[in-house]
Design a protein around this ligand. Structure first.
Ligand SMILES: [Zn+2]
Length: 134
């Protein structure tokens, strides 16, 4: 069965009904809680084809016989002018004797969506539609 894909504007967001995270409207699976959000084969294929543009992982281990360490995890994103676009405290916690935590950050890039139908031109202003479709 082929379910017709409904392309959405790039960058459009919505709230995941399960975990309340702000996610891309075009996703079929929430990257936070991994719940299926809609059954759209094209969206699912696109999400599977996402490539990892950045992946960083590290382990912090608490040494034995030391006082507990409190920690907080902050993600900050800056634009090309160095201005902070967002800053978010992801989690806080504590490490006790010999405990460890693994922290992983990843940025996934989605391939372009299938072009929109002809009654919704997507060409940039001043660019003929025929030139933009090449
Ligand atoms: Zn979710």
């Amino acid at each position: 069965m082929n379910v017709a894909s409904r392309p959405v504007a790039a960058g459009k967001t919505r709230t995941c009904p399960h975990c309340k995270a702000t996610i891309l409207e075009s996703l079929s699976i929430c990257p936070g809680c991994l719940h299926h959000l809609r059954f759209d084969q094209e969206a699912a294929k696109r999400q599977v084809a996402a490539t990892s543009a950045l992946r960083v992982e590290g382990v912090i281990r608490h040494p034995p016989l030391e006082d507990p360490w409190e920690y907080y995890v902050v993600i900050a994103i800056r634009n090309d002018r160095g201005e902070e676009v967002t800053r978010h405290v992801v989690n806080v916690g504590v490490l006790q004797s010999t405990e460890k935590r693994t922290f992983a950050l990843s940025v996934e890039l989605l391939p372009p969506q299938a072009p929109l139908t002809s009654n919704t031109p997507k060409a940039a202003p001043g660019v003929p539609l025929s030139a933009a479709k090449r």
